[in-house]
Design a protein around this ligand. Structure first.
Ligand SMILES: [Mg+2]
Length: 270
């Protein structure tokens, strides 16, 4: 592909064209300008994060919170106070997991232990509460708006896979309920893989299982710390599904693509 300025475009337009060409976003084909869409880029595999990217985690979490509140906390605290404390503890737990301080396999019980302790319920069965919470999460598998159609449509033209730090006991039942496993070229759950996003190993496993190279792969996810950092580590292009009001931390480069919801991939990947 060559860029030629022999075409008789106005000077200002040539400068815009040159800038766009340097950004690899358009090129000149004959006497026509061709804007490069993602379809012109050589992706073969699209890897998706699951929660907050494809699936509505809040819907699953709400169900799990209600089940556990009814069974363990109703007598001790109102639902709003309990749910707020649970979410705060849960967030801290996952930050520890992402930092490598806690293994995913220990999340359920440790989270339950901390919540019981927070409300002074030291005699509570943390192992059982952890299992009940996971069962509550697993019981609700709800697509984010437009995500199912987009995912199933893309799966007809690209290899698709999932790479998630969610728990095995949660992600398998939800994937089964949504009947998407037959579509997947790879399904990497960090707890099973023994390695978490953002570490490169889980992405290497995904690429190997799907039979694709990093330079022909796009990672789609909402988390900068696990999805984007992981894509950077694995040298995979990244499409950020930007959470509402989120801004990219200054130390990160600009991702290849930024969208508000997975549904926008329909326009980016014809
Ligand atoms: Mg996510």
């Amino acid at each position: 592909m060559e860029l030629s300025f022999s075409i008789n475009y106005p000077l200002c337009f040539r400068l815009v064209l040159w800038a766009a060409f340097m950004e690899n976003s358009c090129c000149v084909v004959g006497d026509r300008i061709k804007v490069l869409a993602m379809a012109d880029l050589p992706y073969e595999l699209i890897l998706f994060d699951v929660d907050h990217t494809l699936l509505d985690f809040e819907a699953s979490e709400e169900n799990a919170l209600e089940i556990c509140w009814e069974e363990y906390f109703r007598q001790a605290v109102d639902f709003g106070t309990y749910a707020a404390a649970f979410r705060k503890i849960n967030l801290g737990i996952w930050h520890e997991v992402e930092a490598g301080k806690l293994k995913p396999v220990h999340v359920s019980q440790e989270r339950a232990r901390r919540v019981l302790r927070h409300f002074g319920l030291r005699g509570g069965d943390a192992a059982k509460l952890g299992r009940r919470f996971a069962e509550g999460l697993a019981a609700v598998a709800k697509w984010l708006p437009g995500a199912e159609t987009t995912f199933r449509t893309l799966a007809k033209r690209y290899k698709v896979g999932l790479v998630t730090n969610g728990l095995t006991t949660v992600q398998h039942p939800r994937a089964d309920a949504l009947e998407i496993k037959p579509l997947l070229s790879t399904f990497q759950i960090s707890e099973e893989a023994g390695i978490m996003k953002p570490r490169i190993g889980i992405f290497e496993k995904a690429l190997k299982e799907a039979g694709c190279s990093a330079d022909k792969t796009l990672m789609v996810g909402d988390s900068v710390r696990s999805d984007f950092q992981g894509a950077i580590n694995a040298e995979i292009d990244f499409c950020w599904v930007r959470p509402v009001h989120a801004t990219m931390p200054f130390q990160f480069p600009k991702p290849a693509y930024g969208i508000e919801s997975v549904e926008e991939l329909n326009a980016l990947l014809p």
